[in-house]
Structures are given as structure tokens and as C-alpha cells.
Design a protein around this ligand. Sequence first.
Ligand code: F6P
Length: 550
Amino acid sequence: MSKRHHTDETPPLTQTPAWKALQAHHQAVRGLHLRELFADDPTRGERFAAQACGFYLDYSKNRITTETIQLLIQLASACHLRERIEAMFTGQKINVTEQRAVLHTALRAPEGERILVDGKDVVPEVHAMLARMADFTRQVQGGQWRGHTGLPIRNIVNIGIGGSDLGPVMAYEALRHYSQRKLNLRFISNVDATDFAEATRGCRPEETLFIVCSKTFKTLETLTNARTARDWILREMGGERAISRHFVAVSTNAEGVAAFGIDARHMFGLWDWDGGRYSMDSAIGLSTMLAIGPEHFHAMLGGFRAMDQHFRSAPFEYNLPVLMGLLSIWYNNFFDAQTAAVLPYDQYLKRFPAYLQQLTMESNGKHVTLDGAEVDYQTGPVYWGEPGTNGQHSFYQLIHQGTRLIPCDFIGFCQPLNPMGRHHDLLMANLFAQTEALAFGKTRQEVLAEGTPAWLAPQRMFEGNRPTNTLLAQRLTPEALGSLVALYEHSVFTQGAIWQIDSFDQWGVELGKTLAERTIPELESVQEPALEHDSSTNALIRRYRQYRRQ
Ligand code: F6P
């Protein structure tokens, strides 16, 4: 493994005094139990809490002391987190491997703010695009935008993958309560034709509008699905002219969009300073705006913006994204936790864990530092999760009694969007109960005192000391969703800054794409192809070809 050559001023991360201090501190506190920490300090529950942008973060049920937070903040300072934040917000090219600025924060900057990229203020362009999106949305929602045969649009089908799908799907599901129910939103991402077949089932082409969402307009899955959609429209309605009424595109690639046959006037642009997994609040969110309308979309942007301002200006000890990012470092790098669970207690957030998987793992799944040196510490953990309470009846067993340490983020809202009987109190009681059970567990004495026979006591006791964050907000509104997403975006940024990695590239997706391109003709050719893969891949391809033709 190549190692970075460090000068005396920049020792490798694991050699910095701040890192070493945390290692020593970890040795001292890792045996502490949350039972003791809470017993020793009756105010702990309020002391280890912070709030911003309508979110209350209770991080008291973490295996930390006041000193832990101080040391983590010292690490953040030693890694120049404050300067890195400023570099991002001011448009410096912090995505070094692609030589790009990272400015998703400009997507929600207020009109009048100036953010320069290569000397050009990008904020007016952002607002011009938002205005175009709003105009288009009003035409579709109001029925003025008509299909080729003159019928109004009833079905919106977003075709995209990765950041061009997960954000739109997640936001659509999350904000469904605010959506105009007369439009029927569907999403196609997978190159598996089943996705297309099922998403378009029951849709009349005359009433269907496709949004082809692809930053590059080169992605295999999206272009394949878009061509299938094009064929479907042409087959049903004939005439190329139908395309212009049934397709719009969101992309940076005007040539690709034109070559596909989509009218330039129906293309919504993006910028190279906005990465796919950070783009749900750009034109990639056109489906979101169509669903919830421009006003709610702007409220969501306001939520993003509020969290941006908080991240940029709040002292680290009260800074929600910084605290969450540092706690993630604490478990990942000092307790050697390999995964982290995200557990929203809100059915509308059912796709939030999937969305976070791309945000966190495509950003921080890196093995080299900004200057290309191999890291000698773990980077991004595996994120996973499901909404509560469903997960409780599935995988929580392992979190409670398994052998691994899995830090969890619980997310809940105080007011239900669909008040019905006791449902909401039952839901939230479960959230609170889970964090309590995970932290405090149940001792052998408690188990025996309940009359459990001694032989069964090991199975029935809970060690506890399982760390959790709880994020609580009043209500799941568009604004709250914007703040929540920005909170995780900036927590990811905080972690990437400490690990000194490029959180904004994704070279790791390339090899599989290239090998797939090479394999496609081998599967499709009529002649038996000469296969030059390894013996396993060769055998799999031969078997596939054999079975496919039977
Ligand atoms: O292959 C990964 C990726 O490049 C993601 O980063 C991106 O969100 C997704 O593919 C889709 O890319 P595009 O919007 O260019 O189609």
C-alpha cells in the first residue's frame, strides 16, 4: 500500500495529536455504560442536545462524555473543517479529481446572493431555472400543457437512475401528503424491463409525459428506458411530432438531448458543480415540483437554506451536521463500527434510507486521500435502514442482542399528517422505547427478578449501551424535509473533510460500466463469441447464452 509523504506540518491523520488524543480517550471511556453516564448526570438528556431549523437532536444516548465532544471538535479543527466549509460555500474547486466546484448550496441560495464560479455569478441562472420549472409545472397542473392528441397530462413518468431517481422518488414519497393527487407520478430506473412495464401499466400514452432525467444523458439504463418510452409513444401515436409533447429532459448535455429528439425548449439544465446525489433540489426535482407545486418546492428550498446557514455559521458544539458527522467518525474509527442504521418513524420517509445510501456511500466510499495516498483508517460506513416500526419486527433483534455495534439514527415527528385514533402516539412510543431499550438494556438481575429461570436469563437479558441519535421535528413539511436532507449532506461533508477524501467524485462506478459494455455484445451475438474473461465469468456467460436460447 502506497503511503502519503507528509511534511512535518501535515502529519497523516492518524498521527495527528487530535487523533491520538481520541484514541487514548477511547481506551479510557469505551468500557463506560450509558446506565452509569445517565445515573451520574441527571441533566445529561438535556445537556447533550442541540436544535436548529426545527430539528431537535438528542445525542445524549451516545457513548460519549463532554470530553469526547471536545476532542472530536479539536479533530475537526485540526482537519480545517471550518475552512473546508467556506471553500465549499464560496465555490472553490474542492472536487479535486474532477476539478469542479461543489455548489449544491447555490441551488437554494436566495435571489441576490452572489456565488462565483470561474468569475460568473451562478445564482441568477439557478433562479431563472426555478422560474422555468414553475412555469412548466403550472402549465401541466393547470391542463394547458396538452399531449399530442390534445388531452391533458395525467401521468408523469420520471426516467433516471442514481441521483436522477433516488432524490425524486424519496421526495415524492416524503411529500406525498402535499401532492396534487390528480397527477399520477411514476418512476423508472432499472434497466430491467419489468420496471418500465409495471410503471407504465394502466397509463394511456396520450396522457403520459416522460421526464428523462440524466445529468450526463449518457447513462445506459436511462437512455435504454428513454428509447423504450419513445418507441411506446411512437407506436401508440405515430409521428415524431408526438415526442415534443410527451418528453422533456433534465440534463447538462444539450447535444445528447437534441440527438434524442427532445425539443431544446423542453430541456431543463443543470451545472457541472452540482453532483447527481446532491441534485434533488435542482431541475432533477422537476417531478417533485410537478407533484407538490412551486410554492411547496420553494418551502423545501427554504428548509435546505436554513440548514446551510446553520452549518456555515453555528459553533461546532451546537452545529447539528457537525455533531452528527463527528459522532459517526467516533463509532466508525474508534469503536470500529462497520455500519450505521437510519430508522425514520414516518411511513412517508420509507425511501429515505435508500436515498441516504447513495448520498453517504457514493460520497464517502473512498480509499485514497485528496492527494491520492492510501488511507490507513476506515472511511464511509455502510448505511442501511427501514421505517419504524416495521424494522422492529425484522432486524432490530440483531441491533439489540447481536455481536455488532450499530449506531442508529431515529427520526420522528410530533404531529401526524394523517391523524387517526391512537396511531401516532403508538408509533412515537415505539421510537422512544427503542432508544431507551438500546441504551439501558436489561440486566441479569432484572431478568431474574421477573421470575425468568436462570438457564433462560442469558437469552432474555439485554446488554444495552447501544448508541442512538434521535432527531425530532414538529411535522414533516416540505421545509422540514429540505432541512433534514441538508443535515445529512453536511454530515457527510464533515466526515469527508476529516478523512481528507474527495466526497464528490465516484470513480468506483466506472469499472463495472466498462465491463458491462464489453459483455453486452457477447450476450447478444448470434455467433458463439470468443470469451476472454476469467474462467468463472466465461462459464456464466456460456450458461446464460445456452439457457436464454432454450
Ligand atoms: O453511475 C453513478 C452515477 O454517475 C451517479 O453518480 C449518478 O447519480 C447516476 O450515475 C446517474 O447519472 P446521470 O444523471 O448522468 O444519468
